[in-house]
Design a protein around this ligand. Sequence first.
Ligand SMILES: Nc1ncnc2c1ncn2[C@@H]1O[C@H](COP(=O)(O)OP(=O)(O)OP(=O)(O)O)[C@@H](O)[C@H]1O
Length: 245
Amino acid sequence: MSPLHETATDEAVSNAISTRGVTRDFEAGQQTITVLHGIDLDVRAGELTFLVGESGSGKTTLISIMCGILYPTQGEVEVFGTDIYGLSDTELVNFRLQNIGFIFQQYNLIPSIDAASNAAVPLIAQGMDRHEARRRATEMLEKLNIADQASKLPSQLSGGQQQRVAIARALVHEPRLVVCDEPTAALDARSGRRVMDLLREVAVAEDRSVIIVTHDNRIFDLADRILVLEDGNIIHDGTEMPDGH
Ligand SMILES: Nc1ncnc2c1ncn2[C@@H]1O[C@H](COP(=O)(O)OP(=O)(O)OP(=O)(O)O)[C@@H](O)[C@H]1O
């Protein structure tokens, strides 16, 4: 039996993500560098979890593994009870499509289609009728206070507006897990709080979870749980930042 299954209890069922013994190596020329050193972590559903750490500590690598876009070198990852790296490639793509929303540092909007169509992409990928997908995407843009920009191309929007379209796209299909890389870094304090309120309102529920990678100390007080990563190890796990940070 795998280590993950040995520890499965009723409590584990409420985990959004469980990782056991996760490592990741990269080849750099002749050398192999180990970026994650055996990460054992349970991310609970119903919580807003922050992942914090110096540049190069492995945050992007870890969230990419946790949400099914980068294979670990070793170890196991369960997302809402599914062993995601035990799935076939097609099953994994479908699992991500149904269950996970991403907000990347680069917003990755499609330049040739307007804001509402960008926000509708996950629904269209799931096979929803275009008209209905656009209607739902516009509703999400309304929640983010940018429905008036729905017909504009990404190049006609400010950076903050583009980010809100990217957030709408991540939330529109109501995924159970939302993963965000630096969602507030480009925003002023007020807009940053508004985005965080929205993430909590839309994406944190008993059976859902949000993980945020951030350096933004203006929002640390909003976390339910803060994990600090250093050189590929979790060195702090608590409700607040450790002393001295
Ligand atoms: N594809 C890759 N090939 C080689 N090395 C990589 C690759 N991806 C990441 N690394 C290395 O792994 C380490 C961790 O990178 P990662 O992007 O996970 O850090 P991070 O904590 O997210 O940093 P930042 O806050 O700057 O985004 C870095 O030393 C990086 O150079």
